[in-house]
Design a binder for this molecule. Structure first.
Ligand SMILES: Cc1ncc(COP(=O)(O)O)c(C=O)c1O
Length: 418
């Protein structure tokens, strides 16, 4: 193990001079173990390289965008071809229409698409369309669910600089709890514009939860009974559970769905997709951005959506994900660790039993990172179609050594945030 992070430390030092806090947002390593690299020089397939030349098998996939492999040749070629024609122009290119046609052909509830840049743009746009359609103000969202970083949805713990008024019309219910959703509707009778739901419960720091069918069906039924819209926020999980909206697996069709992260394999673009009856409301709002109609990310979306439609990418992701899950479960058992792997195997969260202060998770994952496997101790991870069986074998060798190393010093581990 000849891992070092000298260059990364120097970069962090430089950054501290010119970037507030050195780094901000979800890619900041401020809560991660101290040795985790902050900066990355390069990505290829399922691998990342930091500035110290360390190579990692990456289980974060840029927090989702990498679906098919970093620098996927077909997608990069489509982007370069479009860049040679133009990117940000005075109007959109025809490729926007092709991207919308393809997207709508894949997602069964959708008849139209509107593109934007980040997931937060998409969730905010869905909220505005729902309010425009219903002429109501209240949005029901699950307690602690992440829908982005705008003032209306930024998690309370990070809400410095926002106003209570920004969230005054957001009402929280408990995920997977039909009764709590029904109660929220009752309390705000005639005022609910939309229910927001993530495909499964993927909050940070706590075990993930699959959606139960009764909750998903109740969400649909209650929306219909109360004249509200159902919005599935597929920004994080989109196309990792299905080649359709994620709740298609539960036979529940939303009115609107929000997409981002991975449908252009990491190129910057997000989208709201909607059912026919919302076309009028969607065209009545004013929403835009200087870079929203850039053609190169649209070309990346077209190339990615074609691969999603035509290849076995999803089955391959699921297969390697199961291989990892099974291997880790066996290993943890052998070494005597209570490893909890929750959520879909292709978006796993890994926490430990009896690890309230995350000391085991931090120690184990630091050992893995220093051996070339990048894991996350409190956020769900992501696998891609570029992960191979050999990557999983190599990963399991590393995690085995990491369990062994942690076992030796289990009685002297410091808490994660000492
Ligand atoms: C479910 C969900 N919605 C919305 C967002 C916001 O997306 P973005 O960070 O691209 O604005 C995220 C980001 O992680 C997300 O996971």
């Amino acid at each position: 193990m000849n891992w070092s992070n000298t260059q990364d430390k120097l970069l962090r030092e430089r950054a501290r001079q010119v970037i507030p806090g050195g780094m901000y947002g979800h890619l900041s390593t401020s809560l991660l173990p101290a040795d985790y690299p902050q900066y990355f020089q390069r990505g290829e397939g399922a691998r990342l390289w930091d500035y110290d030349g360390n190579e990692y098998i990456d289980y974060l996939c840029a927090y989702g965008p990498n679906l098919l492999g970093y620098r996927h040749p077909e997608i990069e070629a489509a982007v370069l071809a479009q860049l040679a024609q133009g990117d940000v122009l005075t109007g959109p290119s025809a490729v926007m229409i092709e991207a919308a046609e393809l997207f709508v052909s894949l997602v069964s509830h959708a008849e139209w698409a509107m593109f934007c840049k980040n997931g937060t743009d998409a969730t905010t746009m869905a909220m505005v369309i729902a309010r425009a359609h219903t002429d109501r103000r209240v949005i029901l969202a699950a307690q602690n669910a992440y829908h982005g970083a705008d003032p209306w949805c930024v998690p309370a713990a990070f809400s410095k600089g926002t106003l209570p008024e920004d969230r005054a019309s957001i009402v929280y219910y408990d995920y997977n709890d039909e009764e709590s959703l029904a109660a929220a509707f009752d309390e705000h009778r005639g005022q609910v514009a939309a229910v927001f739901a993530t495909p499964f419960r993927h909050d940070t720091f706590v075990d993930q939860e699959d959606p139960n069918q009764a909750y998903a069906q109740a969400a649909r039924r209650l929306c219909d009974e109360h004249g509200a819209l159902l919005v599935v926020d597929d920004v994080r999980a989109g196309f990792r559970l299905a080649r359709d909206c994620s709740w298609s697996t539960l036979n529940v069709e939303p009115d609107l769905s929000c997409w981002g992260k991975c449908f252009a394999n990491g190129h910057p673009i997000s989208a709201v997709l909607g059912a026919e009856h919302l076309r009028k409301a969607a065209s009545s709002i004013f929403t835009t951005g200087s870079f929203w109609f850039a053609a190169a990310p649209m070309a990346a979306a077209v190339a990615t959506l074609k691969i999603i439609r035509d290849s076995d990418y999803l089955e391959r992701i699921v297969a390697v994900s199961q291989q990892l899950r099974t291997g880790l479960a066996e290993q943890a058992g052998t070494h005597g660790f209570g490893l909890k792997q929750t959520g879909p195997a292709q978006m796993p969260l890994m926490l430990f039993e009896d690890d309230a202060d995350f000391r085991i998770a931090y120690a184990w994952m630091t050992e893995a990172v220093k051996r070339g496997v990048y894991l996350h101790p409190y956020h769900n991870m992501f696998l891609s179609a570029a992960h191979t069986e050999q990557d999983i074998v190599k990963t399991l060798e590393v995690t085995d050594a990491a369990f062994e190393a942690v076992k030796k010093r289990i009685d002297s581990l410091p808490p994660a945030w000492a």
